[in-house]
Design a protein around this ligand. Structure first.
Ligand SMILES: *Cc1c(COP(=O)(O)O)cnc(C)c1O
Length: 417
């Protein structure tokens, strides 16, 4: 068995004992969600013929149709659109927004600046890229308060008759702020609906699925989107995304994904169906493994003297563990140390690069079976001050532990600890 510096081994022992009650709490959420998912499979009468690959237009692909029903049930939504044709989370969210916004409408994000890759989807007027702005769709955002809460004064001032969609991002993304729990999102939705009853509440649910017992669409959220190479794909879905929520809005998103009038009626699954089904079945357990790993990481980096968020004993509503380093070299050594622990591509040394859609060089440890699949153990960081590394995923708790141990050892070996 691999051994680490004595100090790191001692922290490991201490951390394991410290987080034990938290781990038991996660197991309880896993059990709850496992049965929720199985109940949905039972209600949908899922059979093995649903897993058959479809080709061409794939009209009447029962596997695809039942998959939509299954997701709708699990997420407490009227309808869902679950497709391998969504190339990424950003594509999925973009499809949802373009599906419901029209020229002259405004999108207002109330949780501060959204995830980096959405900035180009929002775009700038006249940018010629086909962004929302390019189509005459306005954008506003209300920065969060100092304490991380919603600035309701600012939201109230920014709402106008043109406001059509209110955007909420559950997870922190690449920002030093707390994620919003399902309970908090339910509260925001109530307030927004009072302020402006006709507005559509949209939630970017990336990294949130199955970390709690409920999902935002159970509490009045109108439309929600996420990525299948994150939580709900369970590490088995090979690609794709999901949109769920109000039936009329999901239909509009489907018109945008394929074509008006065609919507969800076509789309060959090309053999991806079984992985998406089985991934959903596995998702509660795998998400639990990743969340346990994040809690362990929080304790370990705390012992090592790095500020980390959320704290090991704080409630969880997403997978992400943010860790603040003092210097860029430490951040890079951390990410490279995570890569050293990978089963795939451990011999590769990640370096910062200009990733499409991101505004700063980004370094990514992604030694994953699914390229960029971040329910798998991964770490990334934009190289900018403050030097925050974002750690997430892990298909097994044991693997996350090794990731953290290797990362700390890598810092130690380079005299950065
Ligand atoms: C990952 C993520 C996205 C975008 O997903 P990609 O697959 O990277 O395009 C959007 N929002 C949040 C909060 C995310 O975590």
């Amino acid at each position: 068995m691999k051994t680490f510096d004595a100090r790191i081994e001692a922290w490991k022992k201490k951390a394991e004992a410290l987080v034990r009650p938290r781990i038991d709490g996660i197991d309880e959420i896993v059990e709850y969600n496992q049965w929720k998912v199985i109940e949905a499979f039972r209600a949908c009468k899922v059979s093995d013929y649903h897993f058959n690959p479809s080709t061409g237009y794939a009209y009447n692909d029962r596997g695809r149709e039942v998959l939509d029903e299954l997701y709708a049930r699990v997420f407490g939504a009227e309808a869902a659109l679950v497709r391998p044709h969504f190339a990424s989370g950003t594509h999925t969210i973009s499809t949802a927004l373009f599906g419901i916004l029209r020229p002259g409408d405004e999108l207002l994000y109330i949780t501060g600046s959204p995830y980096d890759t959405l900035h180009k989807v929002i775009g700038k007027s006249g940018d010629g890229t086909g962004s929302l702005a390019d189509f005459g769709i306005g954008y506003k955002e209300a920065a969060l308060l100092e304490n991380g809460g919603i600035d309701w004064e600012k939201v109230r001032r920014q709402i106008s008759p043109a406001t059509r969609v209110i955007g909420i991002q559950r997870s922190r993304g690449y920002a030093w702020r707390s994620p919003f729990t399902v309970d908090e999102i339910a509260g925001m939705t109530r307030i927004v609906k009072e302020m402006c009853p006709g507005v559509v509440v949209f939630v970017d649910n990336c990294y949130g699925e199955f970390t709690e017992k409920t999902e935002p669409t159970e509490f009045g959220v109108d439309l929600m989107a996420g990525s299948l190479i994150k939580n709900p794909g369970g590490g088995l879905a090979e690609t794709g995304g999901y949109i769920c929520g109000r039936k009329d809005l999901v239909e509009l998103a489907a018109y945008r994904l394929t074509a008006p009038g065609i919507g969800a009626e076509v789309g060959a699954m090309l053999g991806t169906t079984r992985g998406i089904y089985q991934g959903l079945y596995m998702a509660p357990t795998i998400v639990g493994q990743a969340v346990k790993g994040s809690i362990f990481a929080a304790a370990m980096f705390d012992f090592a003297g790095f500020a980390s968020s959320p704290a090991w004993n704080a409630p969880r509503t997403d997978l992400i563990q943010a860790i603040v380093f003092d210097r860029a070299e430490q951040l890079i050594a951390f990410v490279q140390g995570i890569q050293l622990a990978a089963a795939v591509d451990s011999h590769v040394v990640p370096e910062p690069w200009d990733m499409p859609g991101y505004e700063h060089p980004v370094i990514m440890a992604a030694g994953t079976f699914i390229q960029g699949g971040s329910l798998e153990l991964s770490a990334d960081a934009p190289i900018r001050e403050p030097y925050i590394g974002y750690l997430q995923g892990g298909l097994t708790y044991a693997h996350v532990k090794y990731g953290v141990l290797n990362a700390l050892q890598n810092l130690f070996d380079r005299n950065l600890l």
